[in-house]
Design a protein around this ligand. Sequence first.
Ligand code: F6R
Length: 611
Amino acid sequence: MCGIVAYIGHREAYPILIKGLKRLEYRGYDSAGIALLNGNLNIYKCKGKVADLENIVAGKNITGSLGMGHTRWATHGEPNDTNSHPHISQSGDIAIIHNGIIENYATLKEELSQRGHEFTSDTDTEVLAHLIEDIKNNTHTSLEEAVRLALHEVIGAYAIVIISKNDPTKLIGARKGSPLVVGIGDNEYFMASDATPIIEYTRNVTYLNDGEIAFIKDGKLSIKTIQNVEKTPYIEKLEMNLETIEKGGYEHFMLKEIHEQPRSIYDSLRGRFDPINCTFAMRSLKEFETKIKNLKRIIIVGCGTSWHAGLVGEYLFEDIARIPVEVEYASEFRYRNPVINEDDLVIAISQSGETADTLAAIELAKEKGATIFGLCNVVGSSIPRASHAGAYTHAGPEIGVASTKAFTAQVAVLTLWAFGFAHLRGKASKQDLRNAFAELEAIPAKVEKTLEREAQIIEIAKLFSETNNALYLGRGYGFPVALEGALKLKEISYIHAEGYPAAEMKHGPIALIDEAMPVVVIATKSSIYEKVISNIQEVKARKGKIIAIVTEGDNKVRKMADYVIEIPETKEYLEPLVATIPLQLLSYYVAIQRGCNVDQPRNLAKSVTVE
Ligand code: F6R
């Protein structure tokens, strides 16, 4: 978490940094800060959002063509002005911004304190600024060498940027475990947590690898490892469009992203299968054909919404390809000494491609010899780079903190993989593929049609915006949808919500139901439709208020439910792609009714790069 951006070149840095911070604010918004070098090192920082920072700097000296900015998601030290970044060294000459956690900061701090260093904040980051200066002064070395030597002593994860009053032509950045991209313009350079602050200025970027340090000195970029090995920068062209990271007329990114799903699902499927010849065009299927034919088990790892997509993946792979699957919370998997074999395939699902726990889970699985497929949205991010193969979701940048279009794009690709694996293992014929492709091609239009229910959903949201609790029930493919619906509601509206397998309710949660409890039920026409109806009866008997997601034309559930939202009929295995949409809209409009900041819910950040 935390967003970092930096600039060195011929323009004024401030406008670039502020705009960049606004784009990175999804990564954290507890506090914001900026450092500008113009002979003096001017630092402005405060608790709050980037807009608060703008108020603070009004009327101050914001000149300088070298500078850096930070938007924080607090880990060490509460969000306040002092703990905000940038942090400075003992003399105040060196400034640093940081995304990550320095795990051994307490030991380093103790050692530095004994050498006379005094600290003003509670952060781990300040310690690093002091350490760099300490090494620089004691070894009489250059700033860049001091940074390299300091990083030798650091345990933990970081993306850092450093500037110094005494070195006004230098910008230094380094990464280990947290992302950092360097933009290469015409006599100017940028550094940022992702490419969004850079794209207006240059399309040429290089993504730093773990353990690499980028030095910009006198207008030239060089890259070295912490072990002092020179690296040739690998320059890539950015393909992102500016429009995709702006709101495009919508009130919030979340709403825009919900509405983008017909397109993002289409883009995630596009070019990956040939419906005429019934073949796939996915490198992962081609290059790992033998592996897929022989694998004994799939382990899916992810967190949050990506874990929910993984649960859909379990149902898909078992249902369609008949391969045993385990779905694991990455944070649990990595610490519970799991059994991992060489003939396992681990699929890591992550929108950001940077989630620390998911990344650590695949590193563990790699050590044990498993093959890793990454399923990520952010191109060039750490998880795809650490995977043996995989696929991107092509959902486009997802900026709203609550994940929406990434989820459906993940499920779309998992469906393709399930059929691809099934075909390679003789479990799906060409005709099965033909049918599945036809169904998949129809999904974007069905999602479009579901979005037309928006006005009705707004009305339902108004009725339930004051509730304190909500239950979401589903069975089969409807169960992960229920979990995802509950997560969306709680994270953006702060209403306590639980997702449950509908039949599990009678083993405990049914005690919660009374006339004040809204119960959202996924009650579409499926193989277990009748069973779900029985569960609805159980809720009804306890006076719960039922909001049912039903298949178009349904009149059985309609008679029992208080409200119904219709979605187009589709194959059961594709239902999560459609049934999730009304739940996203419902949570969005409930949160709006409650006056919540849907794009930046409290305590959250988009990219969770700390464990
Ligand atoms: C929920 C949400 C989070 C993320 C989770 C994993 O709306 O956004 O639960 O799904 O933090 O993030 P990624 O997918 O980037 O690994």
